[in-house]
Ligand binder design. Structure first.
Ligand SMILES: *Cc1c(COP(=O)(O)O)cnc(C)c1O
Length: 496
């Protein structure tokens, strides 16, 4: 029997994994969630001898049950190959009092590569399985990293086009340069004169536009999403938590069955939700530590039970976490509401109309394994500096938010449980912020000069992804207002 996926807003909607991947979002605006979370069918002890690719198969086969073994292994092998600069794919580095799970060894040096290098293959395989003849148009709103990772994953993949919207003034210079230099005849990059939430709302509105869907279908197109709401992104993200645990076991850092904590720098709540799913599969995780920057809507939610997006949007040095609507939180809300789509749909309607909702005390009790806190800009910078000075290890701003929150957690609770911090970006992606945190004197230097200085400081090689863009030509210069996103899409596809 196949594992079915339901909409978080209507339990009567049930689709197979491949259909959920193709659709991205359910027609009612809900997110697809597995009917139940599968448990491992091999022991963690057996997994500890396996490669990343083998662990990926053992985890993903439980969620994507309508894929054949051959199809799934094919997708995995095409994704996790020499695009990654280490055969370990996601190495664990011990520094200070924690283990950093480096998720940035893929093509675009941020953790989004972990999922977006496999999503195009899952998607094209799903299209074949479902006899789809239309070209698939990927629409993506990005706070910086998803965009490049998606562009890189989909570039020149036959039967697909990809359009990426990013906040024109809300991403780092290197992030922007990475995107606007993207090659591939099927890639389009658009800066919008708004913030990430505007971009995300615009994309959601286009997805929800039934009339537009008909027009597109007539023209031989259908939309899909590469955003972290797609189950085809969520499932591959579960893999590295399992992998990290098995490496700790293999290296005898932990004993079998010993619980670990997981610390995740959070924006859209996708990465930490994957850790929560891993825990629900049976991975021994104690606390899920949710780290926010000054956009601390999730910290407030975990402490008060009220999610309230009515606040000033703050631009920080961890731009991939500058988010006030954490889309994937809906999957958690659905679950703590006892998998009740009516309760969830009502709360999401409140979020849309009032910008906020409150959960009940019994729902709040279901959140006991989560701990939320946040890091200010000054704390984040100090963490980068201190860790570098103490250990020589250089982390990026997002990872530093997580490391700061982890320190707060340990001070508050005294909990000595071994902890894995998700290291979500290479410091080379946020070179300026990282170098200025280490020493103010770097503020006068140019972006690429700083890259070389970082290489000297961290004693690491400049990643390929950065070398490439030093001299690359700008290929995309489209800009539009948030309200013109639909017209822009129609113009790009030449659809009237
Ligand atoms: C996207 C991103 C995050 C946030 O991940 P979510 O899954 O959206 O919570 C954190 N750090 C970096 C570097 C990212 O690119």
């Amino acid at each position: 029997m196949d594992l079915m996926y339901k909409s978080t807003r209507n339990s009567n909607v049930k689709v197979k994994a491949s259909e959920a991947i193709l659709k991205g979002l359910a027609d009612d605006g809900g997110l697809f969630v597995p009917d139940s979370i599968p448990a491992f069918d091999v022991s963690l002890d057996r997994l500890k001898g396996m490669s990343y690719q083998e662990v990926a198969y053992e985890v993903m086969k439980l969620f994507l049950t309508d894929f054949t073994e051959e199809e799934l292994k094919n997708c995995i092998n095409k994704a996790y190959d020499s695009k990654f600069d280490t055969p370990e794919i996601a190495p664990l580095v011990k520094a200070d009092n924690a283990y950093y799970l480096e998720l940035f060894h893929g093509a675009t040096i941020a953790f989004k590569d972990m999922a977006l290098s496999i999503l195009p293959h899952l998607l094209t395989t799903s299209a074949k399985k479902n006899n789809i003849k239309n070209d698939i148009v990927i629409l993506t709103a990005t706070s910086g990293d998803t965009g490049k990772a998606a562009l890189s994953g989909f570039a020149d993949v036959e039967g697909t086009k990809i359009i990426v919207f990013y906040p024109k003034d809300g991403v780092s210079p290197i992030q922007e340069k990475q995107m606007v230099t993207q090659k591939g005849n099927n890639t389009y990059v658009v800066g919008i004169t708004g913030n990430f939430d505007d971009a995300q709302t615009g994309v959601k509105n286009i997805f929800g536009d039934k009339e537009l869907a008909k027009t597109m279908d007539n023209a031989g197109y259908q939309f899909s999403s590469a955003n972290s709401i797609n189950i085809g992104r969520l499932v591959p993200q579960i893999v590295y938590y399992v992998y990290a645990y098995t490496r700790l076991l293999a290296n005898e850092e932990i004993a079998e069955g010993e619980k670990i904590n997981v610390v995740v720098p959070t924006g859209n709540f996708g990465n930490i939700l994957a850790a929560y799913y891993a825990k629900n599969m049976g991975l021994p995780i104690a606390k899920l530590i949710c780290a926010s920057n000054d956009n601390k809507v999730l910290y407030d939610f975990f402490t008060t039970g009220t999610y309230d997006r009515n606040r000033q949007f703050v631009l920080t040095t961890s731009p991939s976490m500058d988010i006030l609507i954490s889309s994937n939180l809906e999957r958690l809300i659905y679950r703590i509401a006892g998998n009740d789509s009516d309760v969830n749909a009502k709360l999401m309607a409140e979020l849309k109309t009032d910008g906020k909702y409150s959960i009940t005390d019994s729902m709040k009790a279901e959140l006991k394994d989560f701990y939320g806190n946040y890091a200010t800009e000054a704390e984040t910078a100090a963490t980068i500096k201190n860790l570098y000075e103490d250990t020589g290890y250089v982390i990026d701003t997002h990872t530093a938010v997580a490391a700061t929150v982890y320190d707060k957690y340990v001070k508050e609770t005294g909990d000595k449980t071994k902890s894995v911090i998700a290291s979500t970006a290479s410091p080379y992606k946020f070179t300026r912020s990282v170098m200025e945190a280490i020493d103010e004197k770097y503020s006068t230097k140019g972006d690429f000069e700083l890259v070389d200085l970082l290489s000297e400081t961290a004693k690491t090689d400049v990643p390929n992804a950065i070398e490439e863009i030093r001299t690359a030509k700008v290929l995309h210069d489209r800009i539009c207002a948030p309200q013109d996103m639909k017209a822009t899409v129609m113009d790009i596809l030449n659809v009237k």
